[in-house]
Design a protein around this ligand. Sequence first.
Ligand code: GLY
Ligand code: MN
Ligand code: MN
Length: 437
Amino acid sequence: MLSMSEFALYSERRTRLQKKMQQGIAIIPTAAEVTRNADTNYDYRHDSNFYYLSDFAEPEAVLVLIAGDKPQSILFCREKNLEREIWDGFRHGPEGARDKFGFDAAFSIENLEEKLVELMANQPVLHYPIGAAADWDARIIKSREIVKAKARTGIQAPSEIRDVRELLNEMRLLKDFHELDIMRRAAKISCDAHRRAMNITKPNLFEYQIEAELLHEFCRHGARHPAYTSIVAGGANACTLHYVGNHARLNDGELLLIDAGCELEGYASDITRTFPVNGKFNAAQKDVYEIVLSAQAAAIAAAKPGNLWNQPHEAALRVLAQGFIDLKICNGSVEAVIESESYKQFYMHRTGHWLGMDVHDVGEYKIGEEWRSLGAGMTLTVEPGCYIRPADNIPSELWNIGIRIEDDVLITALGNEVLTQAAPKTIKEIEEVMFHE
Ligand code: GLY
Ligand code: MN
Ligand code: MN
């Protein structure tokens, strides 16, 4: 059973959205089940917006909100079905869901089309995630056409369709205490998983064996799934930004880059650590690592209220550019390296993204032409890196060094809180964990 405070939290979110809508009807379906092969599905994952407003994790469900003088929140979900529940597990059913989650009404999903025609009638605006799922687009537009066809009886269909995500994204950008509690716990589990990976890593293991340790640590703390496919990239593989093959052998003398985070209770964590396969950084690895670490520290220091979204990226970039000059892999002044974008040979991504229910979470980065200001309650990653592929103009001791350091950061009233502080990060911390634990 939900506690009273959780119960109120979700209904308060629905009320807040209804107020922002001002008028009209919102229709927010959850995600579809997806076939993996034959009669086997991928693990089910609800739609983040639907879940944010409902706390309801079953598939085949739709939330309808009516705004205005008589606001209503209505759930459509699967009927109870003892035969199916014997095979597939418990279903709340409409009545059970209504009572447990606090909707004003709930109906069988089988009656959705018929009820939507009633509910859409005379609503001026339809708020809907336009384009998120083609099959839902077709169903919703068809329902609206059926309402339109009733014009001669005096019934009007919504004349305007707005993307409800514009309102929802801004709500989700600012995390409440309940979300932050989950995100702190998710971050802690992921920190433990990175520490475990450092503990276990040694030459000649395969990348997937380290991946197994990460998943084990997630799962044994209740985080059944990673928030995204783990990147476990030894040596040159670290220079492939989205490497997820995870099938290579780990070699003595190389680095291992791990970008992995669990999803807990619908919220993502996202951590990258890079460490030596044999537990000891060599001189070239140390030089590059210290540059990325300093860049990250500069970016984290710039992640504070009132600063613009781009300031952490700009801070990281200046440190990286100076570092690339010191390594003699870029030429000229810091300004020239940034202006000419010569740094992009070694740092080709940006320094972070919003983090929340989705690993690359929702929320605008710009308001009009301007980068948006950071504010308390926003959560983001800070993840500079350096990826040096073999090239004639690069000293060979730097070849195939790929380093990224990524933490999850909450903007607070006075500055920030690094949610993933517990994952070893300095050279000293990492070498200690790898040799002494
Ligand atoms: N793990 C995805 C990212 O770092 O953006
Ligand atoms: Mn990230
Ligand atoms: Mn990541």
